[in-house]
Design a binder for this molecule. Structure first.
Ligand SMILES: *[C@@H]1O[C@H](CO)[C@@H](O)[C@H](O)[C@H]1NC(C)=O
Ligand SMILES: *[C@@H]1O[C@H](CO)[C@@H](O)[C@H](O)[C@H]1NC(C)=O
Length: 314
């Protein structure tokens, strides 16, 4: 046998096998690991691949089913030329027909109910095949909110900070950090609640003793894989005592100002007195001794110096 006849024989066996099982000519290939944001569209991407032997397949049946603990629920079917979708489901291809090998499923508004395993059954005039794909959903947590008990932080009493963040999925966690970025352990276990839509609400508490309160606390929310999704900081005003301290600092300046004013008044009056006395003495001198030697003048000024000293010591 030559190569060509071996190949022909091989092909012959494939065709026989395909016909006996009725599904070897086509395969349904699906993308896996679909992760979709809550509230967005999701697409479960599946296409029908045909072998080279089949050039032009026609689809007879498509059945998209969501597998459940109770069984499978049909969400989209094509059968006997009719498309029958459940509300919120359709073919991803806008004008899908039985010649379109892209049988992807579109979920228009993804919620937590849509999480799970899906089965895609395809029957064509050239064979049948089935495949599965999964859908998981995530939702981003809202910015955390912090409030305190008591509401007003006075630093004269202990306080509990309460941080909440909601609207996330799957379960995440919260963390407390002080102004230096040091993590503080929660004072009670993280409280996890389910909202009616299944999304999580996280609540964490941090108790502070009145004497060990920092000036800033940050609450951060992390998603299930540990990535930070948001943070909110709470600034705590300084102690009331500290503000009083600042007032005390002002006191000396209040005292200093009058002292300076009064002091300069006294100095001014002394100077005025000095000038007055010098003038009156000069006047006297001119009237008694109109002619004076330089020597006299010097001794006069020395005497004046003495007067000055006298005034200061008085
Ligand atoms: C199937 O169709 C959808 C919608 O047109 C498209 O986004 C997707 O990429 C298609 N899939 C493949 C494998 O071509
Ligand atoms: C957490 O957030 C990161 C970054 O935004 C993202 O890549 C990851 O998929 C998220 N994980 C979950 C479980 O939401």
């Amino acid at each position: 046998m030559n190569m060509a006849s071996i190949a022909a024989l091989f092909l012959f066996f494939i065709v026989i096998r395909a016909q006996s099982e009725g599904q070897t000519f086509i395969t349904v290939e699906c993308k896996t690991g679909n992760v979709v944001q809550y509230g967005q569209q999701s697409m479960l991407d599946c296409v029908v691949k045909t072998t080279q032997v089949v050039r032009d397949a026609t689809i007879l049946v498509v059945s998209w089913e969501k597998e459940d603990t109770k069984g499978a629920v049909r969400v989209l079917t094509f059968e006997k030329g009719r498309i029958d979708p459940k509300p919120g489901f359709r073919f991803a291809e806008p004008s899908w027909n039985d010649k379109n090998m892209n049988v992807s499923l579109l979920i228009t508004n993804t919620t937590l109910k849509d999480i799970g395993k899906y089965k895609c059954v395809v029957m064509t005039d050239s064979g049948d095949n089935t495949n599965h794909t999964n859908l998981s959903v995530t939702a981003k947590y809202n910015e955390p909110m912090i409030h305190s008990i008591p509401e007003k932080i006075t630093r004269d009493e202990d306080v509990t900070l309460i941080c909440t963040s909601e609207g996330g999925y799957p379960e995440g966690r919260l963390g407390w950090f002080d102004e230096h970025g040091i993590k503080w352990p929660d004072s009670s276990p993280l409280q996890v609640e389910n909202a009616s839509n299944g999304l999580f609400k996280l609540t964490s508490r941090l108790s502070l003793l009145k004497n060990t309160i920092f000036s800033k606390y940050t609450c951060k929310v992390f998603n299930a894989s540990g990535a930070k999704e948001g943070e909110t900081a709470l600034e705590i005003p300084g102690k009331v005592a500290e503000q009083e301290g600042r007032k005390e600092l002002d006191e000396p300046t209040k005292i200093v100002a009058p002292v300076v004013v009064i002091g300069s008044l006294i100095v001014g009056m002394l100077l005025a007195l000095l000038v007055y006395r010098r003038r009156s003495r000069k006047a006297r001198r001119f009237s008694t001794t109109p002619l004076m030697s330089d020597h006299h003048r010097v001794s006069e000024s020395a005497a004046e110096e003495g007067d000055h000293l006298n005034i200061e010591t008085q």
